[in-house]
Design a protein around this ligand. Structure first.
Ligand SMILES: NC(=O)c1ccc[n+]([C@@H]2O[C@H](COP(=O)([O-])OP(=O)(O)OC[C@H]3O[C@@H](n4cnc5c(N)ncnc54)[C@H](O)[C@@H]3O)[C@@H](O)[C@H]2O)c1
Length: 429
């Protein structure tokens, strides 16, 4: 019998990754997925977007509901895939669990430790499963690195330097959208870096005992001298702006699911990045002290000319370096032993993989849910592991509010983390 799915949140991720993936669209899923999965309904608060998504799937008659409860009452399913905005994760996941569904919630698990704990309590109460879409674990180098470090290849982990660098287009895209509103994403350390923080904690198999952080917004600020428009769609400088988001790109899918749905909820997908409406930081550093004694320094930069990431981990017997190059975007993984000898580990990348979501990781994540995966059990992100990434971002926000002072996990769990001070009030030294 096929596993029946509901997808909640029919934006880019719900439609482009999961709904198309389950139905086996080329580059989004595999043909055999459709033999195992049945997508029975879509759910979105924006009914125009929900219906547009059904048309994109070539299933114009697919039922579209405003809530999971309504969907489950009319077209019962087994699993609910949650791809709504981050701050809505808690409510939607709990609603789905209470309606009797298992849940795959896209990362981050939630926007605060408090919400994660409420989800975990609901999971235990209902006896259902919750899996978190930490798809970066399905990348080509991360599992190998986790196995090497956990297997003792570099000895005891002592020091970590890590960073996520987002290029102008990728980094700027968060400042076009809801992500730049702290009350909806809890900032990019949560929304975006939960991937990298999860990978870091997962590779070294450890959890944080203290976090401190600094952040600022110096790049995505008002730039009236540029004579830009309110949104990319009506901007005079769009042909030269590295942040231009083209709502007509590809075959116009963004125009159909976002622009043509604006009348429903007023959400504009391509607002100009140069604005003072943002309440999240565009660069941030986080220091983490881990339970086993390792110290990490992690940086986020959202305005690098080109994107990439790195994790450099030094232990008592050697060093491991992995990431994606800012030169050519290629993944790399290398290991150095105590004598200084390097082993370069070949990462096999299928030439077509980059056409798939996240280098094929999204397809591998869905394959796992359908019992068609060849992945390692280590790659499945549990709620406790996903909570750990939210915890570090949550503590980082609390540290910033405390002027950069270290904070411990006891500080989180009772409320939503404090929004960062407005960037324009930050001291410029
Ligand atoms: N794993 C990854 O690599 C990855 C990548 C991008 C985004 N994401 C995550 O996927 C999620 C969705 O991101 P997106 O870029 O698709 O956002 P989006 O804005 O394109 O879509 C979100 C959709 O959710 C709907 N929605 C919001 N609240 C709702 C509610 N309570 N009930 C029903 N519908 C609701 C909105 O109307 C919208 O259609 C986010 O949590 C994001 O963090 C994960």
């Amino acid at each position: 019998m096929k596993t029946r799915f509901i997808v909640v949140g029919t934006g880019n991720r719900g439609l482009g990754c999961f709904a198309k993936g389950l139905l086996g669209f080329p580059n989004k899923g595999l043909p055999e997925f459709a033999e195992r999965a049945d997508l029975v309904a879509l759910v979105d608060l924006n009914a125009v977007r929900g219906k547009a998504a059904a048309r994109e799937l070539n299933r114009p008659d697919m039922p579209v509901f405003r809530t999971v409860k309504e969907a489950q009452a009319q077209v019962p399913a087994d699993w609910c895939i949650v791809t709504v905005t981050d701050r809505e994760h808690r409510d939607v996941v709990i609603e789905a669990l209470e309606a009797g569904l298992n849940v795959l919630v896209d990362k981050p698990l939630a926007t605060s430790v408090m919400e994660c704990d409420e989800i975990i309590a609901a999971m235990h109460r209902t006896g259902r499963q919750v899996i978190v879409g930490h798809n970066m674990r399905y990348g080509r180098s991360t599992l190998q690195a986790a196995k090497l470090v956990r297997g003792g290849a570099i000895g005891e982990v002592i020091s970590i330097e890590a960073a996520e660098l987002l290029g102008y287009s990728h980094g700027g895209d968060y400042f076009h959208r809801w992500h730049s509103d702290f009350s909806r994403s809890a900032g990019l350390m949560n929304h975006k870096c939960c991937h990298h923080i999860d990978i870091l904690c997962w590779i070294i198999d450890d959890h944080p005992v203290e976090v401190s952080s600094w952040g600022g917004r110096r790049f995505y600020t008002p730039r009236p001298e540029l004579d830009h428009g309110e949104r990319c769609g009506d901007c005079r400088i769009s042909s030269t702006c590295p942040h231009f988001f083209d709502m007509n790109k590809w075959d116009g899918v963004y125009r159909r699911i976002y622009k043509e749905a604006e009348g429903e909820d007023g959400y504009v997908r391509d607002l100009c990045v140069f604005s003072d409406r943002h309440t999240v930081y565009d660069h941030q550093t986080v220091q983490i002290r881990f339970a086993k004694g390792g110290l990490a320094a992690f940086s986020l930069v959202t305005f690098s000319p080109t994107g990439g990431c790195y994790f450099n981990i030094t232990g008592s017997k050697g060093r491991i370096e992995l990431g994606e190059s800012t030169v050519d975007g290629k993944p790399y993984l290398r290991l150095q032993d105590a004598s200084g000898k390097w082993t370069i580990i070949n990462i096999e990348v299928d030439k077509t993989e980059h056409e798939h979501g996240h280098g094929g990781a999204d397809i591998r994540l869905i394959a796992d849910r359908l019992g068609l995966g060849q992945s390692d059990p280590l790659q499945v992100a549990t709620t406790d592991e996903a909570r750990r990434a939210v915890l570090i971002a949550d503590l980082a926000s609390r540290s910033i509010a405390a002027g950069g002072m270290p904070v411990t996990p006891a500080a989180a769990g009772r409320d939503f983390p404090p929004a960062p001070p407005r960037a324009k009030t930050l001291p410029r030294v």
